[in-house]
Design a binder for this molecule. Sequence first.
Ligand code: SF4
Length: 370
Amino acid sequence: MNRTFYHNLADNSIAGTLPTREQAEEILTSKDVELFSLLNAAYDVRRECVGKSVTIHIINNGQNGHCPEDCHYCAQAKSSDADIKEYPLKTDEEFLAEARNAYEKGAHRYCMVFAGRGPSKGRVEKLANLIRTIKSKYPIEICVSAGLLDENKAQVLKSAGLDRLNHNLNTSSEHYAKICTTHTYQDRLNTLDAARRAGIQLCSGVIVGMNEKESDVIEVAYSLQQRKVESIPVNFLMPIKGNPLDQMPNLTPEYCLRVLCLYRFVNPRAEIRMAAGREIHLRSLEVLGLYPANSLFLDGYLNTRGNERLKTLQMIQDAGFSIESNRSLDDIIKAEREADTGRIEDSVTRTIMKGLTDLRPEMAVSPKKQ
Ligand code: SF4
């Protein structure tokens, strides 16, 4: 590819003219694509459209396991034999402590995830009260992932102050039945549309590495663009023993970076997150993901650990980026060093399951309380 190819990709994306499907295919597969030229073009779009900062997310699992759905990548599915630490819904006090922790660690947004097909009316009311309480105490945005929602339920959450709803598309319409049989791709689209009508920002992304074709990854990028999704987590499958999708996908760091670049060109103004699996699949090239992506998770994922927090924060600082937070990156790094969390680990090179102390500290200390 000559320089014009990369310049045009960047200039067109900034101007709102998206790559053609043919170009999208080339971005993911062409041997003629130079990785650094592609990253440079994606970075031009990132800098122009969303700036140089990184948004840090901390995700918290409100309950673990017991989900009646059968998403093949998920350790919480009833159909999964994964060895996870199941627990019922956390108390409001636990959620509040986590929200405070997220705020103090510099997170811009606190994400609560609830396993299940979707919340009942009663559960939605309780969640709305919790959102109101958190919002009254901490200046932090709130994102909730709660399964399938209709517009009435979305409206209740919006009225309570919910900023964003997470509901990932995960893969293409064609591939969807191969990763889940208990709900459909259309169910997922309906939830996104209901949340949008209620005025809630959308967070919806993809999981790469589930035996899909490149065209599936491309389709999700454009589906999200059509819905003007504000926040796009790009996950790379972290296989968990006991799940139907338990094999390590054959993803190279270069392919993962190409995917992040594609998502930036197609969704120039979205928050693109290099999400689960960045440690395993991007490996030594992880820092390069910050050039197309402008967001990441700090503290691991739903049931798996990520890199040591300090290492991630240091990576952001070393690459010359700032963070979206009321607190400075310097202060947060200093506090992490002083905290000496005992989590000084090597870079993650395989899936490491979280223990109960990671997932639900309260329960690990006093199990009789439950
Ligand atoms: S609905 Fe959510 S929690 Fe349930 S199996 Fe699917 S991804 Fe996991």
